[in-house]
Unconditional design. Structure first.
Length: 212
């Protein structure tokens, strides 16, 4: 697929996949102990970012821009899944039914236009990765393959990925791995830290998503 950049539009989720109370139980701190709460919150956020980067998955719903600097992609040979013009969403899981916020492009005059879902393009989200393809009998429009004066890219796909707005739908493996990762950050013995991190990584190997 053509080179693209990923930009997180809303980088800070409103909720985290695990709570301070869950972490306190994991590290055997009394729930009334508040001296470490801020440290634990930082460790939780760091553990989430690690898990998301390791698996290419979003836990709490997040909005991303996929920015193409050289126009719409063209895939040759057997490198495409559905269609040589497809755009593959590089994060999972895509939000059901409303995961694509917009698909925009710069026309040959450098003016940003918006494609219409169902008319100009279709979303195929029955598996991973989710794929955007031109609608039947349609093709991607010509673009000006250079950013315009407003800094807009030739092609911009905005999407929402994540298991939900809160932790209720996140697979248990993720929560267990995050708790182990936070415990490792709270642990002072390097040997125990290494063991905890290895266990956390082992839990997430089966959850990894490899954008093709």
């Amino acid at each position: 697929m053509s080179d693209y950049y990923l930009k997180q539009v809303a980088p800070i989720p409103a909720n985290e996949p695990v709570t301070v109370e869950m972490v306190k139980r994991q590290v055997r701190l009394a729930q009334t102990e508040g001296a470490f709460d801020e440290e634990l919150k930082l460790l939780i956020a760091a553990a989430r970012r690690w898990a998301e980067n390791f698996t290419s998955r979003c836990l709490i719903e997040q909005t991303w821009d996929m920015l193409f600097a050289k126009g719409f992609p063209w895939l040759e040979g057997a490198h495409y899944i559905v269609d040589p013009h497809e755009i593959r969403i590089p994060r999972a899981p895509l939000k059901v039914s409303t995961g694509i916020t917009h698909v925009k492009y710069l026309d040959t005059n450098g003016t940003q236009q918006t494609l219409i879902a169902g008319t100009d393009y279709n979303l195929i989200d029955r598996g991973e990765p989710a794929v955007i393809v031109p609608a039947y009998s349609k093709s991607w429009p010509s673009t000006r393959d250079w950013t315009n004066s407003s800094g807009q890219y030739p092609v911009e796909v905005r999407f929402i990925a994540g298991y939900g707005a809160d932790a209720s739908a996140i697979p248990q493996n993720f929560q267990n791995a995050l708790l182990l990762h936070v415990e490792a950050g709270f642990e002072r013995d390097p040997d125990i830290q290494e063991l905890l991190l290895a266990r956390a990584e082992a839990l997430l190997w089966q959850e990894r998503f490899f954008p093709r």
